[in-house]
Design a protein around this ligand. Structure first.
Ligand code: IMP
Ligand code: MG
Length: 175
């Protein structure tokens, strides 16, 4: 497969990440929070995570989880935690950062899982959202871009491990 069309250029992504960060900052100011544990979902969210945390104006702790749910372009619909948080989130504000929200199973599973650990709050931020693909009504608190039902790569997003390092987001030619 090869890259088909560039859908989001680096500058457009950067501008949108700043807007999301401004909303997130305002939310935590409103809560009177002075720090948040930002949980990146490996591996796809790494690039978004790195850009987002540098725009946050409160104390940030990093943590990461890994959830397996995809083989190729097919969701298995049964997410599993294959790497857990390194620390406790009890009595902490948690912001889960994901690359893309598709069927919704990954974020539903993760936010439910983290809520069992008695955090002060749990919110979710996703850079991309394909609302037409949702199977469980999950709604993220912060969404960068809504996109139609197509498979995208770049800026952390992969297809079988490839294309993550692209600075832009593109669709793939399927043959
Ligand atoms: P969900 O559980 O179906 O919401 O899937 C979310 C996960 O599917 C994300 O963490 C991505 O790894 C993967 N995913 C869904 N759509 C795409 C896409 O268009 N490109 C790359 N990965 C995707
Ligand atoms: Mg992923």
């Amino acid at each position: 497969m090869e890259v088909d069309k560039i859908l989001f250029a680096p500058e457009e992504i950067r501008a949108r990440v700043r807007e999301l960060a401004a909303k997130i900052n305002a939310h935590y100011v409103g809560l009177g929070a002075d720090s948040v544990t930002v949980v990146g979902v490996l591996k796809g969210a790494v690039v978004f995570f790195a850009d987002l945390v540098r725009e946050l104006k409160l104390g940030v702790e990093f943590d990461f989880v890994k959830v397996s749910s995809y083989v190729g372009t097919e969701s298995t619909r049964e997410p599993k935690l294959t790497l857990d948080l390194s620390g406790s989130v009890t009595h902490k504000h948690v912001l889960i950062v994901e690359d893309i929200l598709d069927t919704g199973h990954t974020l539903r599973f993760l936010s439910d899982n983290i809520k069992t650990r008695e955090p002060l709050s749990v919110q979710t931020a996703t850079l991309f959202d394909k609302p037409s693909r949702r199977e469980n009504g999950f709604v993220a608190d912060y969404v960068g871009f809504e996109i139609p039902d197509l498979f995208i790569v770049g800026y952390g997003l992969d297809c079988d491990g490839e294309y993550r390092q692209l600075p832009f987001v593109a669709s793939l030619k399927t043959k």
